[in-house]
Design a protein around this ligand. Structure first.
Ligand code: NAD
Length: 497
């Protein structure tokens, strides 16, 4: 296979602080690999505490003295729409770079670039439509909410769909008038630099958007512990979320945590089984299985189990794995050799825990690169590691159930609670199940198609707080209550004679 390398790759990936691309103060760098050759294609600046200090100082200055927090919502909205226009106009280039850096199939990377534009458009619209509460106590008091941006928001993002997930935080943080320091994932820093050029062109003032690349334990840690950063929005593993939660505690920071998942897809015998098959196959193998909301545990009613497993395995075997830049590819290369090793170790564990019915290793003909054949284990018991632990790759566990109660017990039998997918044509069963399943988001007879107005977030080990729609606006703003007396101020007259 020829190795596709995009033209015009940067000679170095730098930070972007106060409107300038800069190297680390101390000159530190780290290697960035592409997942098809696993060779270093560029060095990125490795941010340290000194770089975070500079970025936070620039963001604080832009917040305290600059125009951004003081603009009318309509003015900021126009800038956000220009950002969306620029992202849309560059979607093919964004997808090309994202695919090269992450190994995501190009058609799916393109969809993610377009979703990033949509995130900006959505929040651009939301802030001009924003209204706040006013309450009247007749003849006595009027109370209103004075909504204010909070300050410098620290945004820490993972490597799966990096550009889209960055937009998910950047759009509401900026729409509401905050300034930001973004620390993207170290496996995939390439596309984040494009924000700097896009924001500059769209008219975002210097210092409002700052980007510091680097390792989580260095740049990420310094951002979390910086006293001038009152808010941290984090997406990543549950274990990292726990560490950040602890490190932010002494500062009592505002935290939003979007963490890991091991979501169930439950297929009842009365479902439209063709649709259920399409959705449950797509649900775990799209985005290379590197998807927080992947339906990576498929629970199937026993009366249809054998047939469903056979059809599922057949489909998995036919999935096109290969060059991420080829539009025919359905599953590309996993992001990094370290992650590849982790996923492959679960494939080996699975062989001792379940019945392998598809995949189980490297696909034929792909001798190098982080390729994993779509892998299906059937008859997986709930105490198996591949049933309990997030694999974050193209690996699925299928388990039979006999009754609704058993299906619910299996669905809830993990520490995670991000998404759940339920397939049934029985209306009562669908709603009762949806309301009892421990998941932040439920899809009934649907693949993961999300309305941007709805809450996004997980329960249990999958997260803390909800973003999405006006909940993101709430996270990135303070709602100050202002009370006005309309009549006599009725105060008890302490000390009066
Ligand atoms: P990760 O937790 O390893 O890293 C995420 C980010 O945190 C990176 O930028 C990393 O550098 C940084 N980081 C690491 N240690 C840190 C520390 N001590 N202090 C501050 N920052 C630190 O996650 P990942 O491997 O990049 O991403 C995959 C995980 O993300 C999966 O668990 C997946 O389910 C989860 N995810 C969740 C959602 C969601 O919305 N719930 C969405 C996408 C991904």
């Amino acid at each position: 296979m020829t190795h596709y390398i995009p033209e015009g790759l940067p000679d170095r990936i730098r930070h972007f602080i106060d409107g300038e691309f800069v190297d680390s103060v101390g000159g530190e760098t780290f290697d960035v690999l592409d997942p098809v050759s696993n060779e270093t294609y560029v060095q990125a600046a490795a941010g340290q505490r000194a770089d975070i200090d500079l970025a936070v100082a620039a963001a604080k200055r832009a917040f305290d003295e600059g125009p951004w927090p003081r603009m009318l919502p309509r003015q900021r909205s126009r800038v956000l729409h220009r950002i969306a226009d620029l992202v849309e106009a560059r979607d093919a280039r964004l997808a090309e770079l994202e695919t090269f850096d992450t190994g995501l199939p190009i058609t799916q990377a393109l969809g993610q670039a377009q979703r990033a534009a949509e995130n900006f458009r959505f929040f651009a619209d939301l802030i001009v439509a924003q209204r706040d509460d006013t309450y009247k106590v007749p003849g006595r008091q009027v109370n209103y909410v004075n909504r204010k941006p909070i300050g410098v928001a620290g945004l820490i993002t993972p490597w799966n769909t990096p550009f889209m997930l960055e937009s998910w935080k950047l759009a509401p943080a900026l729409a509401t008038g905050n300034t930001v320091v973004l620390k993207p994932a170290e496996f995939t820093p390439l596309s984040a630099s494009l924000w700097a050029e896009i924001f500059r062109e769209a008219g975002v003032p210097d210092g409002v958007f700052n980007l510091v690349n680097g390792l989580g334990e260095e740049a990420g840690d310094a951002l979390v512990k910086h006293p001038d950063v009152p808010l941290i929005s984090f997406t990543g593993e549950s274990r990292t979320g726990q560490i950040i939660f602890g490190n932010a505690a002494p500062f009592l920071k505002g935290l939003s945590m979007e963490l890991g998942g091991k979501s169930p897809a439950v297929v009842f015998a009365d479902a439209d089984l063709d649709s259920a098959l399409d959705a449950t196959v797509f649900g775990v193998f799209s985005l290379n299985g590197e998807r927080c909301t992947a339906g990576s545990r498929v629970l199937v009613e026993r009366s249809i189990y054998d047939d469903f497993v056979a059809r599922y395995a057949e489909r998995a075997k036919n999935i096109v794995v290969g060059d991420p830049h080829d539009p025919k590819t359905e599953v590309g290369a996993l992001v990094h050799p370290e992650h590849y090793d982790k996923v492959m170790s679960y494939v080996e564990i699975g062989k001792t825990e379940g019945r392998l019915v598809a995949g189980g290793g490297r696909p034929d003909g792909l001798e190098t690169g982080n390729y994993v054949a779509p892998t299906v284990f059937a008859d997986v018991s709930p105490d198996a590691r591949i049933f309990q632990e997030e694999i974050f790759g193209p690996v699925v566990a299928i388990t039979p159930f006999d009754t609704d109660e058993e299906a619910l017990e299996l669905a809830n039998n993990t520490r995670y609670g991000l998404a759940a997918y339920i397939w049934t044509n029985n209306l009562k069963r669908a709603h009762n199940f949806a309301q009892s399943v421990e998941a932040g988001m439920v899809w009934l007879n649907s693949n993961n198609v999300r309305d941007l107005r709805t809450p996004f977030g997980g329960v249990k080990a999958s997260g803390l707080g909800h973003e999405g729609g006006y909940r993101s606006i709430d996270f990135y703003t303070d709602q100050q209550a202002v009370h006005i007396t309309l009549n006599e101020a009725h105060s008890p007259r302490f000390g009066a004679k």
